[in-house]
Design a protein around this ligand. Sequence first.
Ligand SMILES: Cc1cc2nc3c(=O)[nH]c(=O)nc-3n(C[C@H](O)[C@H](O)[C@H](O)COP(=O)(O)OP(=O)(O)OC[C@H]3O[C@@H](n4cnc5c(N)ncnc54)[C@H](O)[C@@H]3O)c2cc1C
Length: 405
Amino acid sequence: MSESLVIVGNGMAAARLVDELAKSALGRYAIAVIGDEPRLAYNRVLLSSVLAGETASHDIELKPADWWRDRGVTLKYGCTVGEIDVGRRELKIANEESISFSKLVLATGSTPLRLNVPGVELPGVHTFRDSRDVDLLLTLAAAKKRVVVVGGGLLGLEAAYGLAKAGAAVTLVHLMDRLMERQLDAPAGALLKSLVEKKGIKVLLNANTGRILGERRVEGVELNDGRRIEADAVILAAGIRPNVALAKEAGISVNRGIMVDDQLQTGVSDIFALGECAEHRGICYGLVEPAYEQASALAQHLAGRNAAYGGSVVATNLKVSGVGVFSAGEFLGSDRSEAIVLGDFRRGIYKKLVIEEGRLIGAVLVGDTADALWYFEMIRSRERIAGVRKDMMFGRPAATLAAAA
Ligand SMILES: Cc1cc2nc3c(=O)[nH]c(=O)nc-3n(C[C@H](O)[C@H](O)[C@H](O)COP(=O)(O)OP(=O)(O)OC[C@H]3O[C@@H](n4cnc5c(N)ncnc54)[C@H](O)[C@@H]3O)c2cc1C
């Protein structure tokens, strides 16, 4: 008889894990997936494209209903798991139903951070995390509302772009002195700001949100330096927090995320965690590729093979059409590294390649991201770059031609 494997959360990590299990351990497990969103698992990354009107909401489903059915997966969506009884190996679903498990995987993702400022509970303050949020933001944009987006990272920029494209008047406020400061150096951040402003978005840097103004609903934002921005709505895009409450209440070790080892196992045997809710070697990833690498390692482990997840090298791509931005690895560099830099700001292009001990260790590209994947592969593989170094800034075709000559 198949062993029962229950996955909590029906997001991107869960869907990939089932896909991998179907390939490597078919029939070994009776799989149930319980998710609280009221629809089949979808590609969350593409919510930005849905908001920008570039993809239809129904086109972002990861797998059709019959894919899950054909693999014998029991799907419960629109159901919140409220409690894990570790001793009895049982989960309690919000409507009192219980479900038992032999193995459990937590794939509960993250929640947007809510700022700790007065007014944050007012109607008109929203986040950008799931497809219900996107429906709401599209309604705001269609009504030509004035919107303040708080946060100039990837998510805030994509929210601002989508809203502006759909008709809203958007001001983006960011605490730091440059956009995407965790992925870009100062020149890249400055260029990005000018490119984003050309899309009709007003950008305020060094802008610390002091409070959200309004009596019965949002009327504006006041910054700590006294500046005021009138607004009908505020979108919070100032970071995420892994969903760990379920694990914590069950006595499973958590830090920022649910702590897992190289087999993605939590402190309790046969209970695993992956994706944005998990913390591996001190890192909680906020991107999908690490979740997929974790899913692959966990599926191998659950199939009885030797497998270990050793961490991920991450890259970021901004999805704002006409504004290519890519960043990977150690893009700032250090005393031990050197950088090849090309800046053609008039044409909106900036590229920086960071090299250490004959290897590419980081890259930032703005405006021309054609070779992003090539650079990323070099960073990941840690291959020596002597053969292509002279021409690598000019792209793969130029560098490989020169190397062959
Ligand atoms: C707008 C947007 C754009 C993004 N763009 C990029 C990008 O360009 N590149 C990139 O790498 N990443 C991007 N990300 C991040 C990426 O989507 C996440 O890293 C990825 O979805 C993580 O997958 P996950 O399965 O861990 O979490 P999720 O996909 O969030 O899935 C977790 C699921 O668990 C459910 N859940 C939580 N608690 C419970 C419970 N108690 N009971 C039942 N269900 C529960 C949640 O509702 C959710 O459906 C983006 C995210 C957003 C929001």
